[in-house]
Ligand binder design. Sequence first.
Ligand code: GRF
Length: 194
Amino acid sequence: MARSIKLGVLGSGSGSNMQAILDAIDAGTLNAEIVIVLSDNPDGYILERARRAGIPAGVIDCGGFMSKFPDEKQAEAAQRLKEAGVELVCLAGFMRLVKQPMLDYFPQRILNIHPSLLPAYPGLMAWKQAVKDGATESGCTVHYVDAGMDTGPIIKQVRVPVLADDTSESLHERIQVAEHKLYPEVITNVAIGL
Ligand code: GRF
């Protein structure tokens, strides 16, 4: 069995993917510990989930910028992650573009989960893009993060069919079911190689 790995999670919203990681840890299928959770959204439910699980949690204050992740805030967040002993960073619904200098602190050690079969539908609300486009298939992707928008090397994908009567919401719900299995599984495999 691989040694336990220290994870840091960055999110902005509900945190259901972080919950899936926690559930896998509790179930013993993922040998890891989430040592810190950071959110750029002080109201994100991910912070509440972290507090309930007794995980140190904090806010990344981006000073009123809606989507920009200023360099000094990236460096500050990276330092907080390093101080917590994080070995692998998991983006879980984090709505800002991570790039340098954060990438320099964690080279090849930042993962993201995206709700489409990349390279199709990068960016925001990929499930809406798929339905609008009339796609018959979508899915989810876990990839390493590089400086682009959802462009990093793909680790694993799961296909999810788009049903004839799907709304963007119903598709996203089914994609999330797939995400919650995929992300802990990929983290387990990546951790073995660290
Ligand atoms: C997920 O669909 C993820 O793929 C995308 O944002 C959503 C986050 O959901 N990046 P949650 O906060 O994990 O519930």
